[in-house]
Design a protein around this ligand. Structure first.
Ligand code: SF4
Length: 89
């Protein structure tokens, strides 16, 4: 079973949650072309909140919603799903 048994599963499936920086960059580029996005300042503020959040896994996945935060934080119609209230305020 090798690497599969060593990988941390996503909360919704058994796939490895590891995503490379290159994969994230491609997703972000696609989002910028196809969706309404926040400005760069808001994006940095949101990502900074994620970086200090205990729900962040592997530097990119939110344990609350399962999203890649670099993608979710970019989207204007999305908010932080933290149960105690948005950390992106
Ligand atoms: S709960 Fe909010 S701040 Fe924390 S990782 Fe998820 S999206 Fe980011």
């Amino acid at each position: 079973m090798g690497t599969r048994s060593e990988a941390r599963p996503c909360k919704g499936c058994e796939r490895d949650i590891t995503v490379t920086d290159q994969q994230i960059s491609r997703m972000v580029d696609r989002m910028r072309l196809n969706f309404e996005c926040v400005n760069e300042e808001n994006y940095r503020v949101r990502l900074s909140a994620c970086q200090s959040c205990s729900s962040l896994m592997e530097g990119h996945t939110c344990a609350v919603c399962g999203c890649i935060v670099q993608v979710r934080a970019l989207l204007a119609d999305q908010d932080c799903p933290n149960a105690q209230g948005s950390r992106w305020a």
